[in-house]
Design a protein around this ligand. Sequence first.
Ligand code: HEM
Length: 146
Amino acid sequence: MTLKYLILLHTLCACIWVGGHLVLALSVLPKALKKKEPEIVREFESHYERVGIPALLLQVVTGVMIAVIYMPVSEWFTFQDRVHTHIGIKLILLFVTFALAVHARLFIIPKLSRHNLALLAWHIAAVTAIAVLMLFIGLNFRLAII
Ligand code: HEM
């Protein structure tokens, strides 16, 4: 598959991952916090997960395939120039996203109630902020905004 088709798929998945999290963080979550009803978040996630998780997986697969086109895996964390730094930062942010997701899945979601909803809200805010940052870093690769 050529680079341009990989970028097309990568960008489509970014729309789903980032867009879904913005809807969750800015619309669904405030409503759940106001009403103190974790079910509102659970209901959204049960629908979103079916599309959002495959999108993130495809995002990672296409991201890795694109990164391999630019450089060998042994150079991914060398931060030796602009291109290497972009890929290194993206991978670190991806690991942070996974760490937050695993922590929420294992320690918060199993006993989700009105009492620990605020803790889940912090996780959602962090994952959303990281998703937007990854989108910006992705665009910055070609556009050199900063
Ligand atoms: C949620 C995670 C991610 C989001 C939201 C995201 C988003 C984006 C976006 C919007 C672009 C711009 C495409 C363009 O206009 O050229 C991009 C490019 C890129 N992404 Fe990601 N990305 C994510 C994960 C990853 C991962 C895990 C990698 C693997 C290292 C990666 C590697 C790249 C590379 C190398 C480019 C530059 C492609 C090019 O312009 O030639 N991305 N990303």
